[in-house]
Design a protein around this ligand. Structure first.
Ligand code: NDP
Ligand code: 2IT
Length: 444
C-alpha cells in the first residue's frame, strides 16, 4: 500500500466520527501523491505525514455562562494548535451549534496550507464552540465570550497563538474576548486579529476575505484573457465573506444576483444592494426575508437554491459542503466558467472533480479565501511595530499577496504536470514550505 493510502487509512481509523476532517485530509494527501511518491522512503522513515495530520496540541474545555433568565448554560470550547513549523498558530474561532472537534480539526488542517500560501510567517490553528450567537442578547454574548476567554487565555498569546473571527465570530465577539484577555493577562498585545480600529485593528481586515477572493479570481481570469467586467455572479452566504465579495465583484464590473443565509436565499435581478445587506445583517442581525422591504423587485425563496441561477461565476461563501454534485451539474449545464471558494471546503470532493472535468476553473478555499488570514498577519505586523497603516496600504499589500498566490498555484500545478489544476497546485505549494521548515527543525 502506498504511504499516502496508509496514512489516510490510519486517520480514518484513529479519528472516528470526524468526517469533515477525513475529507480535508483526503483532499490534501490525494493531491500530494506526486510529491510524496517521489520522496516516499524519506517521508515514511521520518513519519512526516503522520506528524502533519496529528495536531501538535488540542484543548477542549467547559464554557459555563448565565443566560438572561438566570439559567446556567454550558457549552464546549475548542482550540486546536495544529502546526507551528512556519510561525505562531493562527486561525479563527467558529461559534456555531454544529461545531465539534472534527470540524475544528478540518479547519485547522486546511489553515496550515492556507497560511503557508500567504507567504507570511503564520502556523495553522483553529478553535470555537458549539455556542449559537443567534437570538442571544448582547449581554449573553458577552457572558459567553468572557467565560470562553477565561479558559482560552491560558493557551494563546501574541507570539504563540493568535485567534480571529470565523462563522459567528465578528467584531462584537472579538471585542468582548479581547477585553477579557487583557483583564486577566494584564497585557495589551495583538493576541487576536479582527480587532476594532480604536484598539489595534487593521483597516481593510473586515473586507479582506471577500476582497481577496475577487482579487485572485480576477487574476485567474486575466491569465485566460478574461475579466470580471459584465459577468453575472452567484454568491452564497450573507455574512462577512459574502458581503465584501459582493461589494468587490460589483466594483470590478460584475453583477451579483444572489446571496443566502441558513434559512433562505435572495435573487435580485438588478444586482444585490450591499448597503441593504449590511443594514439587515450587520446592524439589525435579521433574516434575509427583510431584503424584499428594501428591494421590491427581488425574490426571496426558502431553503437552498443559489446554484440554480444561471451565472458565469459562482462564489460559495457560507459553509462546508454547501455545493454538492447536483449543484455542480446544474452550474455546468448553465455554462459556469469559474468557481472560487470564499468559504472553507464548501464544495464536496465529487463536485470539485465534476467541475474540473467539465473545464470549469476551480480555485480552492485555501488559496481563494487566504486574503482574510493574510490581512490578519498584516494586523499582527502593525501591532508589533505599534503603528497602523492606511486602508490603501493594506489593500495594496492584500492585492499583491493574492496575485502571488495565484501564480504560485499555477506554477506548482504546471511544474508537476497538472496544469490548470489549482487544487493540486495549492496543496503542493502550501505543503512544500511547511515540509521544508519541519525537516529543518528535526523530529518535533
Ligand atoms: P459569518 O458568520 O459572517 O457568515 C456566515 C454565513 O453563512 C451566514 O450568512 C450564515 O447564515 C451562512 N451559514 C453559516 N452556516 C451555515 C449552514 N450550516 N448552512 C447554511 N448557511 C450557513 O461567517 P463568515 O462570512 O466569516 O464565514 C463564511 C465562510 O468563510 C466560513 O466557511 C468561514 O470558515 C470562511 N472564512 C472566513 C474568513 C473570515 O475572515 N471571516 C476567512 C476565510 C474563510 P446564518 O446567519 O443564517 O447562519
Ligand atoms: O478561515 C480563515 O482563514 C479565517 N477564519 C480567518 C483566520 C484569521 O486568523 O484571520
Amino acid at each position: 500500500m502506498s504511504y499516502v493510502d496508509e496514512v489516510i487509512e490510519r486517520v480514518v481509523r484513529e479519528n472516528p466520527n470526524e468526517p469533515e476532517f477525513h475529507q480535508a485530509v483526503k483532499e490534501v494527501l490525494e493531491s500530494l501523491r506526486v510529491v510524496v511518491d517521489a520522496n516516499e522512503e524519506k517521508f515514511r522513515k521520518d513519519a512526516l505525514l503522520e506528524r502533519l495530520v496529528n495536531p501538535e496540541r488540542q484543548f477542549k474545555f467547559r464554557v459555563p455562562w448565565v443566560d438572561d433568565k438566570g439559567q446556567v448554560q454550558v457549552n464546549t470550547g475548542y482550540r486546536v494548535q495544529f502546526n507551528s513549523a512556519i510561525g505562531p498558530y493562527k486561525g479563527g474561532l467558529r461559534l456555531h451549534p454544529s461545531v465539534n472537534l472534527g470540524i475544528i480539526k478540518f479547519l485547522g488542517f486546511e489553515q496550515i496550507f492556507k497560511n503557508s500560501l500567504t507567504g507570511l510567517p503564520i502556523g495553522g490553528g483553529k478553535g470555537g464552540s458549539d455556542f449559537d450567537p443567534k437570538g442571544k442578547s448582547d449581554r449573553e454574548v458577552m457572558a459567553f465570550c468572557q467565560s470562553f476567554m477565561t479558559e482560552l487565555c491560558k493557551y494563546i498569546g501574541a507570539d504563540t497563538d493568535v485567534p480571529a473571527g470565523d462563522i459567528g465570530t465578528g467584531a462584537r465577539e472579538i471585542g468582548y474576548m479581547f477585553g477579557q484577555y487583557k483583564r486577566i493577562r494584564g497585557v495589551f498585545e495583538g493576541v487576536l486579529t479582527g480587532k476594532g480600529l480604536t484598539y489595534g485593528g487593521s483597516l481593510a481586515r473586515t473586507e479582506a476575505t471577500g476582497y481577496g477572493l475577487l482579487y485572485i479570481t480576477q487574476e485567474m481570469l486575466k491569465s485566460k484573457g478574461m475579466s470580471l467586467e459584465g459577468k453575472t455572479v452567484v454568491v452564497s452566504g450573507a455574512g462577512n465573506v459574502a458581503t465584501y465579495a459582493i461589494q468587490k465583484a460589483q466594483q470590478l464590473g460584475a453583477k451579483v444576483v444572489t446571496c443566502s443565509d441558513s434559512t433562505g436565499w435572495v435573487y435580485d435581478p438588478d444586482g444585490i444592494d450591499v448597503a441593504a445587506l449590511k443594514e439587515i445583517k450587520e446592524v439589525k442581525r435579521a433574516r434575509l426575508t427583510e431584503y424584499k422591504n428594501y428591494r421590491p423587485n427581488s425574490e426571496y425563496h426558502e431553503g437552498k437554491g443559489v446554484w440554480t441561477v444561471k451565472a458565469d461565476i459562482a462564489l460559495p461563501c457560507a459553509t462546508q459542503n454547501e455545493l454538492g454534485i447536483e449543484d455542480a451539474k446544474t452550474l455546468v449545464a448553465n455554462g459556469v466558467i469559474a468557481v472560487a471558494e470564499g468559504a472553507n471546503m464548501p464544495t464536496t470532493m465529487e463536485a470539485t472533480e465534476y467541475l474540473q472535468k467539465n473545464g470549469v476553473f476551480f480555485l480552492p478555499g485555501k488559496a481563494a479565501n487566504a486574503g482574510g488570514v493574510a490581512t490578519s498577519a498584516l494586523e499582527m505586523s502593525q501591532n508589533s511595530e505599534r503603528l497602523s497603516w492606511t486602508f490603501e496600504e493594506v489593500d495594496s499589500k492584500l492585492q499583491g499577496i493574492m496575485v502571488n498566490i495565484f501564480h504560485n498555484l499555477d506554477d506548482a500545478a504546471k511544474k508537476y504536470g497538472f496544469e490548470g489544476n489549482y487544487v493540486v497546485g495549492a496543496n503542493i505549494a502550501g505543503f512544500e514550505k511547511v515540509v521544508d521548515a519541519m525537516n529543518a527543525q528535526g523530529i518535533v
